[in-house]
Ligand binder design. Sequence first.
Ligand SMILES: [Zn+2]
Length: 162
Amino acid sequence: MEPLSADEIRRSFVNSSKSQIKAMTLPSRFTELPWESLDYLGWRDPKAPNRGYLVVRREAGVTGIAVNTQASGAARRGAGLCDLCNTAHHLTDVALFAARRAGTAGRAGNTVGTYICADLACSLYVRGLRELDVPQGETAGPEVRAERLATRLEGFVNRVLA
Ligand SMILES: [Zn+2]
């Protein structure tokens, strides 16, 4: 994706209050991110570990979505799939994130829940740029997987905006 500026990111959020955006911590080493390998910019908030952010360039402009996850203290065994990139992970490396819906639905407390790679690094997994220690059932190549990721991401964004 084309690099985003800090301003573009802060302006992009569709499901956050002004105070939440003000409290947001941008990714560390922001200018050194591997933009050419990203389908979306995703990161966990270093100062609020249960919060995460996904920012995607779409035809309509830049759309940012804030998500929350509940850290579970219980040890979990087995594997799980990311709903966006279909990467298989140990259950501790995939998280159920809730995104508040945009607008009145969100203010009424409605959320969209999705399992996503816990580090929000789907783009790196589909390209084989981040190591995995779980056998993968997926056999498609990086380009096909990146296309599918973009399609599922658009579906997720539309559910939040709907
Ligand atoms: Zn993923």
